[in-house]
Structures are given as C-alpha cells and as structure tokens.
Design a protein. Structure first.
Lengths: 308, 338
C-alpha cells in the first residue's frame, strides 16, 4: 500500500511539471506588461525597463523558467505584483472558503444524489423514476451561476430570508452551497441510478433475494456496495469541477475565496498569483484523485489486493 | 474493392435510418429536438423581433425613457389622465427592457447566433484535435500512447475555468480566448472516448483483412476504424455542445467575453447582475433561462441518441408492460424456489 502511494505521488511529478511549463510559457509570451499596467500611463519607457529588470522579466525564457521551478521546489511562489504580499499567504488566506464551498457542494450532491438514485433505480419505470430522471437532467443543465442569482432574487431580495453576500455563518452558506451543489447532485443521481440498475440485474442480487434476505439488505449491502465505485469516481471528479466552479459562485455571493481572487488577478495581469493559483488547484485536484483511487481499495477488496 | 465500398455506404445509411426510427419514438428526445429548432429559429427571426434603425443595430436600440420596463404581454403605451396616448415604445416587451431601455427578448434573439456559433466552433476545435489524438493513441499503443495520454492528464489536472482565466490574462478578454480555452478543456473527453473505441476495434478481423490487402495505417484508421466509432462520438459531441455553451456563458459572465453592446447570453446575465439587488429580476432570469433551455434540450437529445445508438440498451429498452411481466415471472420463480 505504501509503495503504491509512493508510486502515485511520483507519477504526479511529470504531470505537475507539465502544468508548470504550459502555464509559465503562456505567461511568458503574454503581450500585456504588468509593470506598465501598475505604473500607469505616466510611466516612461526607462521606468518600465527598470521595473521589469527588478522583477526579472527581461531574462531569457529558460532562465526565468528555471528560477520559477526552483522557487516552487523551495515553496516560494513569489510576491503578488499588485499587493506586494507573498502569494503563498494570499492563497492560504483565501483557500479555506473555496475548499469549504467545494466540499459542502459535493457533500450536498452525495446526500441528495445517492438516495434519489437508489429510489429511482429500485422503482424503474415508475412515476417517481420519470420525475427524478427529469429533475436530474434539469439539474445538470441549469447553469450554477444563474441558479445562484435566482436564489438571491427569491430568498434575499423578495423574501429577505437569507443574506446575499458572504460566507461566514451557516445561514450565509445555504445559498452558495445549494447553487454549487445542485449540478453535482443531479450528476451523482444519474450515475447512482444507472450503476444501481446495472447491479440490480446481476445474478448475485437474485441469489441474495433467493436466500430470503430482506429487500433492504439486498439493496444496501449487496447492490449498493457493488454500485459504489462509479459513484465515488464521479464524486471525486465533481470535487475538481466545483473547485473551478467556485470561481463563479464566489463572484456571485461576494465570497472572499481563491476563485474571485484569480478573476481579479486576471484583470490586473498579476501573473505570480495566476501561475501559483492554477498550480495550487492542479495540485489539490491531483491529491483528490489519488484519494479517490485509494478509496476504491477501501471499498473493493478486489482492487485492494492489486495495490501491493 | 469498389463494390464493398458501395455496400458499406448503403449499410451506413440504413443504420442511421434505424437510429432515427428509434429516436423518433422517444418523446423526451423529440421534445429536446423541437426546443433546439425553436431556439435556432430565433437567429433568422432576430431582425424581425428587434428591428434596428440606420444608426443602431437591432440589439442596441436604446431609449432611456423606457428603461427597466417589466415583462408584459401588452403594447407599451403611456396615457395622460384624459386617456390620450402621450408616449410609450408602442412595442410588446415580452421579457421587459434593460437598463438602457433595450428589449431583452430582442437581445436574446440577436445573441442566439453568437451563443450557438461559439458552441459549434468550440466543438469543432475539440472534436478535431480530440479525435486525431485519440485515434493515434489507441491505434499505436506504447510510447506514442503514453505521451499523448500524459498530455491529456495535464489538461485534465487544471479545471477548465482556471485554464481560461490564465489564457484570459495572456490573450486579453474576447470571444477567441473563450473558444480556445473551452476547446482545449474539451479535448480529453473526445480523445478518451475515441481511444477506448479504437482499442477495442484494433484487433478486429476486418482491420486485419484491410491490412492484408495492403491498406496503410492512415487508410485503416480513416476508412475502417473511425466509421465504426461514430456512434459514441456523436453522442459525446451532442453532450459536448451543451457543455461548451454552458462553459462559454460562464466565462463570458466573468467578463472574458465580447465587449458591449453586442448581445451574448452570458454577458447579458453579467449585466443583469448589477441590477439584481434592485429587483430587476427579468434582466437575469430570461437570458439564463435560454442558456438552461438550450443545454437542457441538447442533453435530452444526447440521452435519446445514446438510447437509439446503443445496442445493449436496445434489449433493455423494452416496454413497461413486458418488463413488469418479466419481473412478475421472476418473482414467481423465486417464490416457487423457496
């Protein structure tokens, strides 16, 4: 098991290196100059050149790339061009909200999606099944940022029940988490339904029924346990999607998070922040994928035996 | 050779007819198709819905006196206390007007072509690159496969929106940025599906037969393998179009899209957001509704196509009556066994 984890961690290195090189190259060739942007229109060409020298932006590509990778290895992500603060602390201050938002979103998706999916699969072709399938399709199609705005219009503007901005108290969290989690709930429900339907038709389910076990045991202990793998996969992927999707939700609900910071930095052409933000999210996403793969082994003994 | 090719053509034709026959019987899928046709028909109708003047294109006819009109089915007319008409736009603002007094429905109609063409261009970018990469990767395993799949892993490691933000910082906002960013993000889906199909087809006898009569790799992939994985590609492309429209709207909502006054559904949402807290709900509700409607319809069609194409589901797609009969029989068998 340890050997497997180590192997997976090593496999992450080339992927992350690839992300670094691509993102860095994009940034290197960008026409917009952050120094000129910060100094404003009054800046003389000399001032701009001096500013670029100070930030090391006039060095050759390979030198800059080498310095960038070297700094990352030492966990130094540089300073934000805009605030002058270390990017690491800027990200650390904002990431918890983004992480919570994505995590609660996936949890909401699991809480709603799995039970609905099971009910829908066990009552295939019933009215409930058609209704749930329709809602699932609808939920997967509604843009989460639009849903967020509609929630604000109904519950904040018209009813005045919930605060429209911030993420401090559970009351603040209700709408953002609902907005971000609805799509996940729909996708997880669809996956649960199809995975359960596949398993319910299997011989071992018939055997379990033939043994005279109660329907509850048949569904939860036999069918669901085997149907869990694709559901876990989808939930893990959704977590990554939501880390990205948080950009939109944070913007709508004015939440101080990494996503909103990234959008602001994009408009300010603050390249250290964008580089490290993208890299940071890629790193988190890779770890989530690793965790999902390890969960497979936890759920399925057949896979666990292959990890040795 | 010529003969077999014409035979192939005839067979392909009949397969699509078969699929269409099954598709037609699916009410949900047909509803989706009707919605798509209706929304697409907004494109030629846009100049009629929101006619322009010599100076203004139809989507940018402003009249600040008529701003923030609520949605209404009646012509907008203003009367004085004696009942005489003294003003009003004289038009029906079915979805209301925005902060510049522009008709929201008119802008939605004009924006339909932008939204749909962005979706199709993204689809074309991602489909071309994805299919080529997937086919090469699946056909030549080993080193080539490994390199391509690691490249795909790199794309997958960065969430789509963040990749777009990075690109936006480099290229500056604009529709091109959006199309490239969303297009790159959609490559892995197609590449993986094509690769999986090619892997399963590669060892088939008809490939061996083609090789034995001297067909080269390119010909085998193009004429023998790709036509056989057309079904999963079409299904993925339908769903992918929905995803592309959604992603493009999201990015344009974040301000990466086109510059005003050009109408685009995502940008309209972004504009409406500024007036949301003031209670002007119709400026956000309707553009978003059209995005949702379009994505919903495409997903319905995609689901329908999957059912119509998939031979495995063909057997599972039995009537409810038959299903109930079968399960009842099964239950009786089981009860008898106890």
């Amino acid at each position: 098991m340890h050997k497997y984890i180590l192997k997976r961690l090593l496999m992450m290195v080339p992927v992350l290196l690839g992300v670094i090189i691509i993102i860095f190259s994009l940034n290197y060739f960008m026409p917009a100059c952050p120094v000129a942007r910060r100094l404003g229109d009054a800046a003389t060409p000399d001032q701009i050149r001096q500013g670029r020298d100070e930030l090391g932006l006039n060095d050759p590509y390979v030198v800059q790339l080498g310095r960038f990778v070297g700094n990352i290895v030492r966990l130094d992500f540089g300073d934000s061009f805009h605030t002058g603060q270390p990017v690491t602390s800027e990200i650390a201050a904002r990431f918890p909200n983004t992480f919570q938002l994505a995590l609660f979103g996936v949890l909401l998706g699991l809480i709603i999606g799995i039970p609905l999916g099971i009910l829908s699969a066990t009552r295939q072709y019933s009215l409930f099944d058609s209704g749930a399938t329709f809602l699932g399709l609808l939920g997967a199609s509604i843009p989460n940022f639009w849903l967020g705005m509609m929630l604000i219009i109904v519950f904040s503007v018209n009813l005045g029940w919930l605060p429209a901005m911030g993420f401090d108290t559970p009351l603040h969290m209700i709408m953002p988490v609902t907005a971000i989690g609805t799509g996940s709930a729909a996708i997880i429900m669809r996956m649960t339904r199809s995975s359960m339907l596949e398993n319910i038709r299997q011989d071992y389910v018939r055997t379990a029924r033939a043994k005279g076990q109660s329907e509850r045991v048949v569904i939860f202990r036999h069918a669901l346990k085997n149907a869990l793998l694709p559901i876990i996969t989808v939930a893990g992927l959704q977590f990554g999607v939501l880390l990205g999707g948080a950009v939109l939700t944070e913007n709508i609900f004015t939440i101080i998070g990494l996503g909103r910071f990234m959008v602001d930095s994009m408009h300010r052409v603050d390249s250290p922040v964008i580089l490290s933000g993208v890299l940071f999210i890629a790193l988190i996403f890779s770890f989530v994928n690793l965790a999902v793969d390890l969960l497979y082994g936890f759920v399925d003994p057949r896979i666990r035996s292959q990890y040795k | 050779m010529q003969n077999t090719e014409t035979q192939q053509k005839r067979k392909k034709h009949s397969q699509f007819r078969e699929v269409w026959k099954r598709f037609k019987r699916n009410p949900i899928a047909m509803t989706g198709l009707v919605i798509i046709v209706l929304v697409a028909s907004l494109i030629p109708l846009a100049p009629v819905i929101a006619p322009g003047t010599d100076f203004d294109p139809g989507y940018d006819v402003q009249n600040l006196r008529y701003r923030f009109l609520p949605p209404s089915l009646q012509r907008h007319v203003i009367y004085d206390e004696n009942g005489n008409q003294i003003g009003g736009s004289g038009r029906i603002h079915i979805f209301g007007t925005d902060n510049f007094g522009r008709d929201v429905f008119g802008r939605i109609a004009h924006g339909a072509s932008t939204t749909l063409s962005v979706g199709f261009i993204v689809l074309a970018i991602a489909l071309t690159i994805g299919v080529v990469l997937g086919a090469i990767s699946g056909f030549y395993s080993g080193m080539t496969d490994n390199i391509i799949m690691r490249f795909i892993d790199i794309i997958l490691a960065v969430p789509n929106i963040l990749m777009a933000l990075a690109l936006g910082a480099v290229m500056g906002p604009g529709l091109t940025t959006i199309m490239i960013a969303v297009g790159i993000g959609a490559i892995p889906g197609y590449a993986r599906i094509v690769r999986a199909s090619v892997l399963s087809l590669r060892e088939q006898e008809f490939v061996e037969a083609a090789r034995s009569i001297g067909a080269n790799d390119f010909r085998i992939i193009r004429r023998h393998i790709l036509p056989n994985c057309i079904a999963p590609i079409i299904i993925e492309a339908t769903m992918g179009l929905a995803g592309a429209i959604l992603a493009a709207a999201a990015l344009s909502f974040l301000g990466l899209g086109m510059t005003p006054p050009s109408p685009e559904w995502g940008a309209m949402l972004s504009l409406g957001r500024d007036f949301m807290l003031a209670g002007e709900w119709h400026m956000t509700f309707f553009p978003g509704l059209f995005i949702a409607l379009m994505v919903f319809a495409l997903n319905m069609v995609g689901d329908g196509l999957r059912d119509a194409f998939d031979p495995r589901l063909r057997t599972a797609n039995i009537s409810k009556k038959k299903f109930l009969r079968q399960t009842a029989q099964m239950r009786r068998d089981l009860a008898g066994g106890e």
